[in-house]
Design a protein around this ligand. Structure first.
Ligand code: C5P
Length: 235
């Protein structure tokens, strides 16, 4: 197991609030996630400021574009010294291959470790009808599996998946592919808008490497204590 598999999602729009949260969580989580809202509001400087607290950064911008454009964006993110970032696997094999190569090349040029480029498969907001609407006539689970295999074949070393997909993906993917899983709720916490959740310990047992956890940490009276309790629950 990764020594601290908890990634706290800094889902706030205000840079100072995000920074305060990152400082409070320093050392208690394995990484923090910066998503679209915070990045678009606060810009790349928020990544530098959060990195300066010592936190590893997961930059969750889900790139999806032609291979050249995605490669340039991945290279730029790598130079920002993020440790994980996301791209859409539906961008295709060439796009994924270009993204992974860009991460490796930009890291080597900058003397940094290449970030883990994570593929996003089918958004959990989409059901079979939504997929049919965009011309994909497959069940979500089958499409997830198809895209996950394509990602691994294209050289990606990690994927984002829902808790319910972990077991199946572990059966079909090479063991060294890292799985990062949101939709995590400690047994005693509210599910909020998440519909299919798993406890941290169950997700790790099922084969997740990293757990993305937002509100159970960020909205706790003491976010640091909440993160520590989750880590302790992993045994
Ligand atoms: O607060 P909560 O723990 O639900 O936050 C989960 C985080 O993971 C959020 O940043 C959310 O956008 C992200 N996420 C998710 N489900 C997905 C993909 C990403 O909850 N399928």
């Amino acid at each position: 197991m990764v020594s601290n598999p908890i990634i706290a999602a800094l889902d706030v729009s205000d840079a100072d609030e995000a920074l305060r949260l990152a400082e409070r969580l320093a050392g208690a989580v394995g990484a923090v996630k910066i998503g679209k809202e915070l990045f678009v509001t606060a810009g790349p400087d928020i990544v530098r400021r959060v990195r300066a607290t010592g936190a590893a950064v997961f930059l969750d911008l889900k790139f999806h574009d032609i291979p050249n454009t995605v490669a340039k964006a991945v290279a730029a993110a790598t130079r920002l010294d993020v440790q994980m970032l996301t791209i859409h696997t539906s961008g295709g094999a060439d796009m994924m291959g270009a993204a992974e190569k860009a991460a490796q090349d930009a890291a080597a040029e900058s003397g940094l470790e290449a970030p883990l480029v994570l593929g996003v498969t089918v958004l959990t907001s989409m059901d079979a009808e939504d997929l049919a609407g965009v011309g994909v006539h497959a069940e979500p689970a089958a499409q997830v599996e198809r895209l996950a295999r394509l990602a691994a074949d294209s050289g990606l070393r990690g994927l984002v998946c829902s808790p319910l997909e972990i077991v199946r993906l572990r059966e079909v993917l090479p063991r060294d592919v890292r799985l990062v899983t949101p939709g995590i709720r400690p047994a005693d916490s509210s599910t909020q808008d998440q519909k299919r959740v798993m406890t941290p310990a169950d997700a790790i047992r099922a084969g997740a490497d990293w757990l993305v956890i937002g509100r159970p940490i960020t909205q706790a009276a003491d976010p640091r204590a909440a993160a520590e309790a989750i880590l302790a629950s992993l045994g």
